[in-house]
Ligand binder design. Sequence first.
Ligand code: F6P
Length: 308
Amino acid sequence: MVAVREGWRGLVEPIFEDLGPAQVSGILPRGGTIIGTSRTNPFKLEAVDKVLQNFSDRGLDALVAIGGEDTLGVAARLYAEHQLPVVGVPKTIDNDLSGTDYTFGFDTAVSIATEAIDRLHTTAESHNRVMVVEVMGRHTGWIAVMSGIAGGADVILVPEIPLDFEEVAEAIRKRHAHGKNFSIVVVSEGCELPGLADAEERDQFGHVILSKRGVGDALGREIEQRTGYETRVTVLGHVQRGGSPTARDRLLATRFGLKAADLALGGEFGQMAALQGDDVVAVPLAEATAELKVVPREWYDVARAFFG
Ligand code: F6P
């Protein structure tokens, strides 16, 4: 077995290294990836031929692609258009892949964001402030909605369900009128806010670098102006993607890994390991990457019940 280093870059260049029991020993409690990652897109680089050539030159029988919509979107196309024998494993903190209830990494990110919200309550309460927390999640609000509910946020903003500044300000004013003199607002980095331009820099998948848009700062400024309450902003950033994974993520990753091995050994290519209910099943990569899994209204309504 070999590791293809740094995602698709490892097949474009190529960069392979041995991957056996010695290499994986002790990695269960480690976050991140020991084989590295990149945002390389072979389709954008017009390097698909290189990928196919390097795969066959190395004499590989199967490829296990581990990642989110970008990595697995490339895997789906390589399978559909070039019959590359690939299976997928859903790994992203964003939890935005279709066909699976959860992706691994997400639970860890939600736990970290929830702990951050708990800690921000201290300053919010002591200093009578509004604390805005910007969390990751790209174009879906899964991290925001789940950590916001778990952390008891007073307002949560997600890309799927736009709120205008006045609604946010009003929820905070109402809360203060009821005798609470602090508020916690969780905002997902991908929210569209009036007057906020997109950052110009894009990665090879065409995504703007969302952390450069400054959603949290823009929202914090508006809240302070509209309510007159002192407001501070925390951007959690890559803290959410780091450290040791939760037990739930370790279990999920372990089960997905076994499923991917079974799929590869059984020659069931073009499939992705997925969690549906408590079962790990196979779903077509094409289906998993066809569209983003967005936060449904029902989830947001759970959060909304506690606004203000
Ligand atoms: O897709 C995972 C993710 O962490 C997103 O939530 C975030 O927008 C993006 O990656 C950040 O990417 P980078 O580490 O390249 O800045």
